[in-house]
Design a protein around this ligand. Structure first.
Ligand SMILES: [Zn+2]
Length: 447
């Protein structure tokens, strides 16, 4: 005890010298920001704008490109800021294209559509690279059904979809559950057939080992085609709580239903639980990150409690998957306060895409601040840009995502500086980590 006290005294004196050395008292953090927040914000924002970004999750592409996602949006209720009445979209069109009007009425939107067509003609395959350059995005992940030849793979790393492997049987009952599933499930069937086509299969393999070999081959080939991760949007189709059935059970279900017949819900889920875990394990073995949609979703029937990010905790904390890099896409919102604690696991990362659009910067700033105060080395930036329609394209949603994230980040860091949590230099370091370095490092390390 005495020794410990002596040691503490020594440490304290060293620390005291360090404080004096910096010429700035590193006192205890304050519970309120000071009046200097707006000035600090003004100083930080232009420096943040200069940081080249790694957009960890987005759906770049033209509005008429069916491959931009593996699923479609059913008619559902969009949050206020996501509606096409959002006046910020006019600001996006002005910033990107010099749009001369102050609204997006059908008449005025024609100008925008025509302008984009002209630029597309002029710039060809450089069109979307130009958008990245304009916004200072160094790399923009393209989470797409298939890659497009008009996206430069050096700038747009591909993230493909892996859910379809979990729906190989007769899906009548699955699709009949509600109007959303009627839209989603046939698209999953289509995706599975595209993977089969890619691998030269005209029908499903007759036995289970061959089915797993087909899954693995698809992952390997997608990696060769430039894939850096597999994405699950399984939360749209079923609960994200995965049990741990033995291989024999999955094999038995496969053998009984591969040629026809409808498995019971319990049987289908058990089969899917096995396949999900198989994919997660293969992700570790093949160095493909596993991206999981972990937040609230669109549509009328998205089940928030069944898709709660904490449902995945048994998977994320399973030592058998410690070689797999997980990225919790959309950071579990609105369970973001819980989500950040999952990033305590060394191979688990969070992404803020979609959240920066759902929330206004004044609210998104609180989420970012809490995350940066907890595991700043595990949080990454994303836009979730998407071509909603011809006028409101991926281009405009890129812009909104970038502006929202930069302003919220500058505001969160300004408060942290003012409250004495970090120095200005440390804050800029955190900005680099969030906007670029954490994601870049994650893929650099995985190779
Ligand atoms: Zn997305």
């Amino acid at each position: 005890m005495k020794e410990t006290m002596k040691l503490l005294t020594q440490v304290a004196s060293v620390l005291f010298v360090a404080w004096i050395g910096t010429g700035k008292a590193a006192a205890q953090a304050k519970p309120f920001p000071g009046p200097d927040v707006p000035q600090i914000y003004q100083r930080l924002l232009p420096q943040i704008e200069k940081i080249p970004m790694f957009d960890h999750h987005a759906h770049p592409g033209y509005a008429d490109d069916a491959d931009v996602d593996a699923m479609a949006a059913p008619p559902g209720s969009a949050a206020l800021r996501e509606r096409d009445t959002n006046p910020e979209l006019v600001a996006a069109a002005k910033a990107l294209w010099g749009y001369p009007y102050n609204d997006l009425s059908a008449e005025h939107a024609k100008w925008l559509i025509q302008k984009k067509q002209e630029v597309k003609k002029q710039r060809g395959n450089a069109y979307f690279t130009d958008i990245l350059d304009k916004l200072n995005i160094e790399k923009g992940v393209a989470n797409r059904a298939m890659m497009a030849d008009y996206l430069d793979p050096k700038r747009f790393p591909w993230v493909f979809f892996a859910d379809a492997f979990m729906w190989p049987f007769d899906n009548q009952r699955e699709a009949a559950r509600n109007g959303d599933e009627q839209v989603y499930i046939p698209l999953q069937e289509k995706m599975l057939h595209r993977w089969m086509q890619q691998e030269g299969l005209t029908k499903l393999p007759a036995n289970f080992p061959d089915y797993l070999a087909f899954v693995t081959r698809t992952l390997e080939d997608n990696k060769k085609k430039g894939g850096i991760a597999m994405k699950f949007e399984v939360a749209y189709f079923r609960s994200t709580k995965f049990s741990d059935p033995p291989r024999e059970r999955a094999e038995d279900i496969y053998q009984r239903f591969v040629a026809g017949g409808i498995p019971t819900e319990a049987e289908y889920r058990a089969f899917q639980d096995y396949i999900f875990r198989f994919l997660v394990r293969e992700g570790g073995r093949l160095h493909l990150a596993v991206h999981v949609h972990s937040a609230v979703g669109i549509g009328d029937y998205f089940n928030l409690s069944e898709s709660n990010i904490l449902n995945l905790e048994n998977i994320l904390r399973d030592p058998r998957y410690s070689d797999t890099t997980f990225v919790m896409i959309h950071g579990g919102y609105p369970y973001d306060r819980q989500a950040i604690w999952l990033a305590a696991v060394k191979n688990v990362y969070l992404d803020t895409s979609e959240t920066e659009i759902l929330l206004y910067p004044s609210e998104f700033k609180h989420l970012l601040k809490q995350w940066l105060e907890t595991f700043p080395d595990k949080v990454t930036f994303g836009t979730d840009c998407f071509p909603y329609n011809e006028a409101l394209g991926a281009e405009e949603s890129y812009w909104l995502g970038v502006q929202s994230s930069r302003t919220a980040l500058a505001a969160a860091l300004a408060e942290m500086i003012s409250e004495g949590e970090v120095s200005e230099a440390q804050a800029l370091q955190l900005a680099h980590m969030y906007l670029h370095d954490n994601a870049a490092k994650l893929y650099g390390e995985m190779k």
